[in-house]
Design a protein around this ligand. Structure first.
Ligand code: PLP
Length: 373
């Protein structure tokens, strides 16, 4: 008997709209209860159609590239933060996108005074203005200034006094939550995130610098954090789609996962099968390597999402190797399966669009805005 997914190409990216909407609603309620604004991060789904289902009308969004920023601005999103520290030579493009928006516009991040000064120099020659947030390092040690350091105040004074910039606030990302192994530890990171960014805002304000926004968040900390006093907004993103990593973090349950890769079995030999989803269609992200439930490069289910107890243990560019231990379900050449990604942001990035499902049936395609231009 035909299955509704039998007519789609493989490998292809599936997005379950019902689950996306449920994930969006749960996070919206969580933010509402915490008394903070939700500024969902679209870096995972990179889709205007998806954003329209999880972001309130005219609502605030986060993006990770200027390509996304321009795309979302062109589709009516008026309050955008590109949550990455940009090199000074991108200030002109960012200011151009900001100027194209009738509303709060586009803001980006900065964590160094020399970069802020170089941006201001470039903006001055264009007679342009760019809103900026100061990024604060709350313990991930990726980017961001020390909330207790001198550079925070030096940056704050410079941005507040510079006609080319507008200081929107302080922003942090508790990405170290991904190193936690239980909800209690994630809760501690959420508190670290809050304390660092609220402290930074208080130091700026005590120095007479206006600091309206206090922005924090990752999916694990937004889910497990309990007290966001002093924070004005949260920026989780991957919660909309979910993946095996988020199950491990207890941020989502298996039945919440909205994105999977549809694949075909292309070869079966004793003890192993091969599917047509390899490193490109799944990514080579092994974030769960070594953990007790290590799913390799992805976990297999049947077309209705029932786990098969199989995983992709090895990948080539277009081949995914699936070991078939004794007692494993038999796979047949030509059979279709779904692969549930380890890290959905990476998996989705190789695909140009989603095949979207309603009640488990394909109802169209939604484009993604990949890459950089
Ligand atoms: N904010 C920033 C600056 C990020 O880098 C990210 C993700 O990398 C997020 C928010 C969203 O966090 P998550 O991917 O856990 O939803």
């Amino acid at each position: 008997m035909m299955h509704p997914l039998d007519d789609l190409p493989t490998p292809s990216l599936l997005l379950d709209i019902d689950r996306l909407e449920a994930n969006g609603e749960r996070m919206r309620q969580r933010a509402c209860q915490a008394g903070v604004r939700l500024r969902p991060h679209l870096k995972t789904l990179k889709s205007v159609d998806a954003a329209r289902r999880v972001v309130d009308a005219g609502g605030a969004i986060t993006v990770s590239t200027l390509t996304e920023a321009a795309h979302f601005a062109g589709h009516g999103f008026r309050d955008i933060v590109c949550a990455v520290c940009l090199p000074a030579d991108k200030a002109a493009r960012a200011a151009q996108v900001h100027r194209s928006i009738d509303g709060p516009g586009l803001a980006t991040l900065v964590d160094s005074l020399p970069v802020a000064q170089a941006m201001a120099d470039r903006l001055r020659t264009l007679d342009a203005v760019l809103p900026l947030w100061i990024e604060v390092d709350c313990g991930e040690h990726r980017t961001g200034v020390d909330p207790d350091g001198d550079e925070l105040l030096a940056l704050g004074r410079f941005l507040a006094g510079c006609p080319q910039t507008e200081l929107r606030g302080v922003l942090t990302h508790g990405g170290q939550s991904y190193r936690c192994r239980d909800a209690e530890a994630v809760r501690a990171v959420a508190a670290q995130e809050r304390d660092a960014v609220v402290h930074a805002a208080q130091r700026l304000r005590a120095a007479g610098i206006d600091c309206p926004g206090v922005s924090a968040g990752s999916t694990p900390t937004a889910v497990h954090g309990t007290d966001w006093t002093g924070v004005t907004e949260l920026r989780p993103g991957v919660y909309m789609a979910g993946d095996l990593f988020q199950i491990q973090m207890r941020s989502l349950a298996r039945e919440d996962l909205a994105v999977s890769v549809l694949a075909s079995v292309i070869s079966v030999k004793p003890g192993r099968a091969v599917i047509d989803a390899g490193g490109l269609a799944l990514s080579k992200d092994r974030s769960l390597m070594g953990l007790p439930d290590d799913p390799g490069f992805g976990a297999l289910s049947d077309l209705d999402g029932r786990p098969l107890g199989l995983q992709v243990a090895g990948v080539h560019q277009e081949h995914g190797e699936v070991p078939l231990p004794p007692g494993a379900p038999a796979l047949q050449p030509g059979q279709r399966v779904r692969v549930w990604p380890v890290h959905v942001c990476m998996t989705a990035a190789a695909h140009g669009h989603y095949h979207v499902l309603r009640d488990g049936r394909p109802v169209g395609t939604w484009p993604r805005v990949n890459g950089w231009d």
